[in-house]
Design a binder for this molecule. Structure first.
Ligand SMILES: [Zn+2]
Length: 315
């Protein structure tokens, strides 16, 4: 049973922390009548506050509530001593007000200082219930310190804030939809712009694919380029254009190799291929030069007979 209550209190206080900005240590504004009630059972009040809020607490007492305790004299001396250990909340009421009036004034219309009210005055608790975001604790008739369930005004305010957040989220989603268009992307707010940027990233990813394809092409180029050279030149592919720029020399070498009937499609490293080709090219070039020289020589020697022979050599 106690376990279940602790769970409930934790959840209720989570509402105040998440929706109304409460932070630990919770500032518990303690009235003198609640302290007197606790004194009857000789309870450890600091421990009680910790249990009921499920968090660290900073008990506070107003000057007017202290005055009320002083007025009661030695009957409540122990309670007064305890109250003296609490942080004194300076309410600056020059003539001490009734404790309820003082607390009401300190909490104000909105509880902007985020106090937890600890009071035995049912009149005060009822009076302050319309204030959203005001946790209230008191001793129930069985002498157990309890945290009141969130008031309707608190719940209403919570729903209002959640709705506002939901609408903000919807706006952001609208920004994402606009992010598809360049015009919408430029007109969106900060958060929307971030999401739009994410959309832009996806576009960039789309742009990366050609790059990766390009890499594949460069790898595949030595094997495929030689046979499909005529077609490749006519294609208007960007990757092929760039590759052409980079590898014009290599291809020319390959072409020459192919003309000589050499296997240009081996998968060796480019460097090796180049060296081999250079050697082969020089060797082939020498051979061609020799052949040409021979052909020329023969043509000069025999004008008629070897013309057909020279033609067959060049084929
Ligand atoms: Zn006061």
């Amino acid at each position: 049973m106690r376990q279940k209550r602790a769970k409930t209190y934790k959840r209720v206080m989570a509402l105040y922390t998440q929706t109304f900005g409460f932070r630990q240590p919770f500032q518990v504004l303690v009235s003198q009548d609640l302290l007197i009630e606790g004194g009857k059972s000789d309870l450890n009040m600091n421990k009680q506050f910790l249990q009921v809020t499920q968090g660290e607490c900073k008990p506070m007492i107003t000057q007017c509530c202290m005055e009320a305790l002083y007025k009661l004299g030695k009957d409540v001396q122990q309670t007064t001593n305890l109250a003296k250990t609490f942080e004194r909340r300076k309410c600056n009421h020059r003539t001490a007000l009734e404790p309820d009036e003082c607390l009401k004034d300190v909490i104000g219309a909105t509880n902007k200082h985020r106090y937890v009210l600890a009071s035995q005055s049912s009149a005060l608790r009822t009076n302050l219930q319309p204030i959203p975001g005001l946790p209230i604790i008191h001793f129930n008739p069985r002498g157990v310190l309890v945290l009141s369930p969130p008031s309707t005004s608190t719940i209403r305010e919570k729903n209002k804030l959640e709705e506002a957040r939901r609408l903000e989220g919807a706006k952001e989603l609208e920004g994402v939809v606009d992010g598809g268009n360049v015009v919408g992307a430029s007109g969106s707010n900060g958060l929307g712009a971030g999401l739009v940027a994410a959309g832009g990233r996806t576009r960039k990813v789309k742009g990366v694919n050609p790059l990766s394809a390009k890499k594949k092409k460069t790898k595949a180029a030595p094997s495929t380029s030689a046979p499909s050279d005529g077609n490749g030149d006519e294609q208007t592919d960007v990757g092929k254009k760039r590759r052409r720029d980079d590898e014009t020399v290599v291809r020319r070498e390959e072409e020459s190799d192919v003309e000589e009937g050499d296997d240009a499609g081996d998968n060796d490293a480019a460097g090796k291929r180049k060296r081999r080709r250079k050697k082969k090219k020089s060797a082939v070039g020498e051979a061609i030069a020799d052949l040409n020289a021979e052909a020329e020589g023969r043509a000069r020697l025999d004008d008629g007979g070897l013309d057909g022979g020279s033609g067959s050599d060049t084929e």
